[in-house]
Every structure is written in structure tokens, then in C-alpha cells.
Design a protein around this ligand. Structure first.
Ligand SMILES: NC(=O)C1=CN([C@@H]2O[C@H](COP(=O)(O)OP(=O)(O)OC[C@H]3O[C@@H](n4cnc5c(N)ncnc54)[C@H](O)[C@@H]3O)[C@@H](O)[C@H]2O)C=CC1
Ligand SMILES: O=C([O-])CC(=O)C(=O)O
Length: 329
């Protein structure tokens, strides 16, 4: 007998990430090739016509696993009974807009959406925030959801997987090893240039990747800036921000969370105090997933250099948290 469909809500469905994401969800790449899905698409009123166009294309693919879809501009409808919510839609930074303005504009969106999720979605809903600033947007949605109760506060994540995948590709190129051979990558912190991509624990076919590369200057002066500023480099080259790679990372995050990971994966999860990160801060940690649950890898040694890097990205997140504190009272 076929499985009951899972309901996947996607916000910003008419946007460029949405266009890369929805077809892959509907083809079974996110939740499994035997898992029917119902897509619940949220976008702004002015984008409803474009969402309808995307739905027409989804229909035209005749995906066997696509068991239904709806389009709406009402978060309460979009998140109704959702098993997974992908929060992609966000307010982009406009001309002359300061970072604080961006945080406030997004705070307004993510408080509404966090509340609507907590009131409408399944109690064990899994939420992944892609829309930037994604760690703090996830923090805001989680705070709004906690006020309602019902859903699991640990299940509000921010997306660090794109940074993780970017780091793996850079390391594969530098070490000459296949990307699939690289294990135990970690990206600590915020999805921003302050993130700390840390390959000290990385292995390839039993060899230490750090020992293979053995080049601190490359790590500090080339690798970290390349991974940290990759989003800006893509905007510069394409004239548009990363979309297919961001959609791919969202698929990877949710796939591994639901179906299990075969390696460490970086997830932006609410801190439980691990590694001295204050509780509740949505922070990139090394995680493992099994039986539908994620867990932060414990006991990794943090050397002085890494402590300094982690402190910088944490400080940025704490400043973002302070900037939105009034909105969450
Ligand atoms: N975490 C990550 O690694 C990455 C995050 N991003 C972020 O993802 C977000 C989306 O990127 P794109 O799809 O390229 O943008 P886009 O501008 O092409 O699409 C955004 C869509 O969201 C919709 N939207 C805006 N506010 C909304 C709201 N309150 N509710 C529902 N829908 C709303 C817009 O109407 C639009 O259709 C951006 O914030 C971008 O910075 C992009 C790449 C990587
Ligand atoms: O800056 C953006 O909107 C895109 C982004 O997050 C990335 O590519 O990492």
C-alpha cells in the first residue's frame, strides 16, 4: 500500500529558489521516491499569478508522487497540517536599507509565520528557514512558535547546508580527493561571511584532510574567504543570488533530517548550550540524523584559532538577536 502523503509548505514559492525547489520535492528527491507529497504554496498576493504558472508546470510534469497542491497568500492555510515547512520567502535588502532595517522587516514576516506554523502545522513539523538572514529568521519564528506551544522548539532550523556543500567542493579541489570521499566537515555559526568552515576533523578514505592540505595560510586567506563570500561572488557573476544550489541544500537538509544522514552534516539548529553557544541561538553545528531526529556531535576539541572564529560568528548572531529582542516581547 502506498504511504500517506506528507504536506510540504513552501513560502516564496514564486521566487527563483522556489522554481528550483518545487520540482525536486515533487519528484521525491527530498522525502523519498516512495513518499507522496502535497505542496502548499505561500506567496504574496501580487505573486499569486506567478505561483499559478509554476503549478501549471508542476502539473505538466505528471509527477507520480505529487498528490495535490494549493496556492495561497494566507499563512494559516499554507501551514495547515504541514509536516515540513520551507520558509524561503523573505524581504530582500533594498537600496539604502541598513542591516537593522532588514532584520526588522523580516522579523515582522517570521513572527507571523512562526505563530501560524505553531497554530496550524503538525505537532512534529520540521521547519527550515532559507530566507535571509536565515539564522535569525529561524530564531524569530521559533520564538513566536514557543509562545503558542504545541510544536517542537528544536525543529526550527536555519540553513547552513549550502555553506557546508560549498566547503566540501573547495576542499575536494584543493586536496585532489573526490567530494564523495570527504567526511566530517563542519561549518560553525551564522549563514554569513562570518561563518567558520572547519575542516580539522575532515577525513578522506581514512586520511586527515588537514594533514593532506597542511597549509594554514590557504585555510585563513583563501578557503575561509572563498566559502564565506561565495554568495556575493555568485551575485556578482550571475546578477542574481544563488538559487539552484540553495534549493539543493534545502533538499539535502530535509532529506537527511527525515531519512537519516550517512555522515556529519551542518545544520543551523537552536543551541542546547553545546560548545558554550547560548541556548536558543540558531547556530551551525555538526549534526548526525537518525530515525527522523538530529543530534549535535559532541566532544570536538576547539583549539584557540577555532575559538576565535566561533566567537566572531557568535557575536554577530548575538547582535542580531539583540536587534530583534523588542519584537519578540
Ligand atoms: N540560507 C541560504 O543559504 C540562502 C538563502 N537565500 C535567501 O533565500 C531567499 C529567497 O531567495 P530567492 O528565491 O532568490 O528570492 P526571490 O526574490 O526570487 O523570491 C522570493 C519570493 O518570496 C516571496 N515573498 C516575500 N515575502 C514573502 C512573505 N512574507 N510570504 C511569502 N512569500 C514572500 C516573494 O514574493 C518572492 O516570490 C532570500 O532571502 C535569499 O537571500 C538565498 C540563497 C542561499
Ligand atoms: O546573499 C544571498 O541572498 C544569497 C546567499 O545567502 C548565498 O548565496 O549564500
Amino acid at each position: 500500500m502506498s504511504k500517506a502523503p506528507m504536506r510540504v509548505a513552501v513560502t516564496g514559492a514564486a521566487g527563483q529558489i522556489g522554481y528550483s525547489l518545487l520540482f525536486r520535492i515533487a519528484s521525491g528527491e527530498m522525502l523519498g521516491k516512495d513518499q507522496p507529497v502535497i505542496l502548499q504554496l505561500l506567496d504574496l498576493p501580487q505573486a499569486q499569478k506567478a505561483v499559478k504558472g509554476v503549478m501549471m508546470e508542476l502539473e505538466d510534469c505528471a509527477f507520480p508522487l505529487l498528490a495535490g497542491m494549493i496556492a495561497t497568500d494566507d499563512p494559516n492555510v499554507a501551514f495547515k497540517d504541514a509536516d515540513v515547512c520551507l520558509l524561503v520567502g523573505a524581504r530582500p535588502r533594498g537600496p539604502g536599507m541598513e542591516r537593522a532595517d532588514l532584520l526588522t522587516a523580516n522579523g515582522a514576516i517570521f513572527t507571523v509565520q512562526g505563530k501560524a506554523i505553531a497554530e496550524n502545522a503538525k505537532e512534529d513539523v520540521r521547519v527550515l528557514v532559507v530566507g535571509n538572514p536565515c539564522n535569525t529568521n529561524a530564531y524569530i519564528a521559533r520564538a513566536a512558535a514557543i509562545k503558542v506551544g504545541r510544536t517542537n522548539p528544536n525543529n526550527y532550523h536555519g540553513m547552513l547546508r549550502l555553506d557546508h556543500n560549498r566547503a566540501l567542493s573547495q576542499l575536494a579541489a584543493k586536496s585532489g580527493r573526490e567530494v564523495s570521499s570527504l567526511k566530517k566537515m563542519v561549518v560553525w555559526g551564522n549563514h554569513s561571511p562570518s561563518m567558520y568552515a572547519d575542516y580539522r576533523f575532515c577525513e578522506s578514505n581514512g586520511d586527515s584532510v588537514k594533514a593532506l592540505i597542511n597549509d594554514h595560510a590557504w585555510n585563513n586567506d583563501v578557503f575561509l574567504p572563498t566559502v564565506g563570500k561565495r554568495g556575493a561572488a555568485i551575485i556578482e557573476a550571475r546578477g542574481l543570488s544563488s538559487a539552484a544550489s540553495a534549493a539543493n541544500a534545502a533538499i539535502d537538509h530535509v532529506h537527511d533530517w527525515v531519512l537519516g544522514s550517512s555522515d556529519w552534516v551542518t545544520m543551523g539548529v537552536p543551541s542546547d548550550g553545546s560548545y558554550g553557544i547560548p541556548e536558543g541561538v540558531v547556530f551551525g553545528f555538526p549534526c548526525e540524523c537518525k530515525d527522523g531526529q538530529f543530534k549535535i556531535i559532541q566532544g570536538l576539541e576547539i583549539d584557540e584559532y577555532s575559538k576565535g572564529k566561533i566567537a566572531i560568528t557568535l557575536k554577530e548572531l548575538e547582535d542580531e538577536r539583540a536587534a530583534v529582542a523588542d519584537m519578540l516581547k
